[in-house]
Design a protein around this ligand. Structure first.
Ligand code: G6P
Length: 449
């Protein structure tokens, strides 16, 4: 305990004293949990690591110092004994197993229809059950997030602005500190699958310090973000083992759709209509999964390229960003997401027969101009793969391949298109023989700033 006083920064570690069979575990700003088994204890940074042995967990808090012996455990904080409640993790063991799939990533993509259903069961029945008191009196929303959660936030911006007419900013959590954001009547929303991403936690702490209301959207019960934010909404994706986020991204989108619908001034019948469209998403996604072999064939054709560009407009733009992120993180193909209209301001110079372009073509007010952009790309000899709705019989005239997805309301295309792009990345990475579930140099929870 003496040596802890001289530690600086964030840490979570375990120390063993062999001579007296004592194990010490402590944390500060890094995740650490204590699993309570049958006559045995576990210390880990994340629940899936110990699910095989127990689902009874204590989420340790900053400054907690656990002393474990064969007789039991004691938790101290600042030298004083404290009690921490034992939580029951609602995840079964099968959630942490591959269940016959070659990779966790593929299994987790295949769980998406169920994840959508579970999120809807949680927040929607005849009506939207979500309590939106976190938004009472606010005039704008700022999202802070990293990685895939940042892209979910960008989709949230489009949807909230369109449906609820609330101005929304989206900040990389790691940059939030450097911006002078006017805070009056702002709701700061931190989105984090793990609830442990250091940059997102720091951004929320900063917002709180400035007296701003905060909401966390996370997939992990009891994670650090839930201890910081004023309000918490859980996504119901179950544990995600693959480093690259797939089902948790879709679960985040679902929560954002539900918030947007609840805050929207639309009429009762329009709301019913929207809820119905949400409820049809599991079967739409299932159709993509049933036909994944078509995506595999396209992915394998493109697996040998070293550079790719992903483009989109409007709500298709964050879809392009997320598609490119998926591709680069698991296949190591250099993939860039760009707003389609920005290509002419530089990236055109990179186009050519060695740079395929994935175009996310949404049938909304961006459609015509997006087709023009696709033609511009083709004119520069890049092979083009379009992701489009099954009712789009125009786009195939201008591209080399079309990944067809079931038709949905344009505002919901981030769900269907992203599942298709997750599969595209997966099969390209598989063809390249990559370590799909644990890509090099990456971590599932990034607990350093
Ligand atoms: C890491 C993961 C990404 C994830 C990002 C943000 O970089 O590899 O998949 O999107 O962290 O994680 P979070 O848990 O905050 O959503």
């Amino acid at each position: 305990m003496e040596c802890i006083k001289s530690l600086r920064g964030s840490y979570a570690f375990v120390a063993i004293n062999k001579s007296d069979d004592k194990l010490i575990a402590c944390r500060y700003k890094s995740p650490l949990i204590l699993g309570i088994g049958d006559g045995e204890f576990f210390v880990a940074s994340d629940v899936p690591a110990i699910l095989e042995y127990t689902n009874r967990v204590i989420y340790l808090e900053d400054g907690d110092f656990v002393v474990l012996t064969t007789n039991g455990y004691e938790i101290l904080n600042s030298g004083v004994k404290v009690e921490r409640s034992v939580e029951i993790v609602p995840w079964g063991l099968e959630a942490a197993e591959k269940s016959g799939y070659e990779h966790f990533m593929l299994k987790e993509i295949h769980e998406i229809p169920k994840v959508i259903e579970d999120t809807l069961i949680e927040y929607v029945s005849e009506d939207i059950l979500l309590d939106v008191s976190f938004a009472a009196g606010i005039s704008e929303i700022t999202f802070v997030a990293c990685g895939t959660s940042y892209h979910a936030s960008l989709v949230g911006k489009y949807v909230l602005e369109k449906m609820a007419d609330i101005p929304v900013r989206v900040e990389y959590a790691s940059e939030f500190n450097y911006h002078n954001i006017p805070f009056s009547r702002t709701l700061v929303v931190g989105i984090s699958q793990s609830g442990e991403t250091a940059d997102t936690l720091e951004a929320l702490r900063l917002a709180k310090k400035r007296g701003v209301r905060t909401l966390a959207i996370t997939n992990v019960l009891g994670s650090t973000i839930t201890k910081i934010a004023d309000y918490i909404l859980y996504t119901r994706a179950g544990p995600e083992i693959c480093v690259a986020a797939t089902k948790t991204f879709i679960a985040q989108l679902m929560v954002l759709y539900i918030i947007s619908a609840k805050l929207s001034p639309i009429s009762r019948s329009e709301l019913d209509d929207f809820v119905l469209k949400l409820k049809m998403l599991p079967e739409k996604v299932q159709k993509i999964l049933d036909e994944e072999d078509e995506i595999r064939k396209i992915a394998e054709k493109f697996a040998n390229y070293e550079n790719m560009m992903y483009i989109g407009r409007g709500i298709g733009f964050p879809v392009a960003l997320e598609g490119a992120l998926k591709m680069k993180e698991i296949s190591y193909i250099h993939a860039e997401g760009y707003p389609a209209g920005e290509l002419k301001h530089g990236p055109f110079a990179l186009l050519g027969e060695n740079t395929p372009v994935v175009a996310c073509v949404v049938r909304d007010n961006t459609y015509e101009i997006m087709l023009s952009n696709v033609k511009e790309v083709k004119a520069r000899n890049s092979p083009v793969i379009a992701v489009a709705g099954e009712d789009d019989d125009e786009v195939e005239k201008y591209v080399d391949f079309v990944i067809r997805t079931p038709s949905v309301d344009p505002v919901l295309t981030p769900v269907t298109y992203s599942v298709a792009l997750q599969l595209l990345a997966y099969y390209a990475a598989r063809k390249r023989g990559c370590e799909i579930d644990k890509p090099r140099h990456l971590a599932k929870s990034v607990t350093v700033e």
